[in-house]
Design a protein. Structure first.
Length: 228
C-alpha cells in the first residue's frame, strides 16, 4: 500500500502539478481546493501526510491545522504558503507543523521534504479510518462502532480518542498518565475510576466475555493494553 497524501491548495495549476508529481513518486494523492472539500474528502480518505496551503479562500490554514488537531487527526502536516514573513513561519512551526515551504519552491525540494517527513513518521495500517478486529469495527472519523453482537453504535469523542490511543499502540502498555495528558486538559480533573469505566465499557462492547477480556487489558498499577 502506498502512502496517502492529501493536498489542500486552491491554486489549480499548482494543485495539479503537485498531484501529478507525487503520483509519479508512487504516492496515492487526493487534491482539493478548500477546507469544505477537505472535510468531505476526510470522510473516506485519511492521509498519511497533508500538504496545507495557508492562504485558502474559505478558512485560514492555521485555523485548519488547529481544527484537525482538535479532532485528533495525527498525520503530519507541511504548510505551503506564498508568505515569506518569518513571523508566519514561526507561527506555523510553533503550532507543531512538521515542515514549512514558501512558494515558489523547487519540486525536487518539496518531494524530498515529503519523503523526509514520512520517514520520521512511517505510515502503517493503523493510520486508516477504520480498524477491524474479532468481527468488531471502529470508525475513527464517524465515531461509529460495530459491537461484538453486530450492533452499530456511536461513541462520544473522548472514548473514540482513547480507542485510537490504545489501538495505535497495540501490544504496548499505555500509562494512565499518558492517557490523562493526551485526552484531558489541565483544567479537568477526571477521577481515577474514569478511565477504568471506559475500559469496562469497551469490554462490554467488544469482548465475547467481558469478565475474561482478550483485547482490552488493565495492567495493575501501570495502565492499559490493547491486543487485537
Amino acid at each position: 500500500m502506498s502512502p496517502k497524501i492529501l493536498i489542500i491548495e486552491d491554486e489549480i495549476s499548482l494543485q495539479e502539478t503537485l498531484k501529478l508529481n507525487l503520483e509519479f513518486e508512487q504516492y496515492e494523492v487526493k487534491a482539493v481546493g478548500s477546507w469544505q472539500d477537505a472535510q468531505n474528502a476526510l470522510q473516506h480518505f485519511v492521509p498519511h501526510l497533508l500538504l496545507l496551503d495557508i492562504m485558502l479562500p474559505d478558512v485560514d490554514g492555521i485555523e485548519i491545522y488547529k481544527q484537525l488537531r482538535a479532532k485528533n487527526y495525527t498525520f503530519p502536516i507541511i504548510f505551503l504558503t506564498a508568505k515569506s514573513n518569518i513571523k508566519d513561519k514561526i507561527e506555523g512551526l510553533k503550532l507543531g507543523a512538521d515542515d514549512y515551504i514558501t512558494k515558489p519552491f523547487e519540486l525536487e525540494e518539496l518531494l524530498l521534504r515529503v519523503s523526509n517527513v514520512l520517514k520520521r513518521q512511517p505510515f502503517n495500517e493503523k493510520d486508516l479510518t477504520t480498524l477491524s478486529f474479532n468481527q468488531c469495527e471502529i470508525n475513527f472519523i464517524t465515531f461509529e462502532i460495530k459491537t461484538i453482537n453486530g450492533k452499530t453504535e456511536t461513541l462520544p469523542k473522548r472514548e473514540i480518542a482513547l480507542l485510537k490511543l490504545l489501538t495505535d499502540k497495540e501490544n504496548e502498555v499505555v500509562s494512565r498518565d499518558e492517557i490523562l495528558e493526551k485526552l484531558w486538559t489541565k483544567d479537568e480533573n477526571p477521577s481515577s475510576r474514569t478511565i477504568d469505566n471506559y475500559i469496562l465499557n469497551f469490554r462490554k462492547l467488544f469482548e465475547v466475555n467481558p469478565k475474561d477480556p482478550k483485547h482490552f487489558h488493565s495492567i495493575r498499577g501501570v495502565g492499559y493494553k490493547f491486543i487485537a
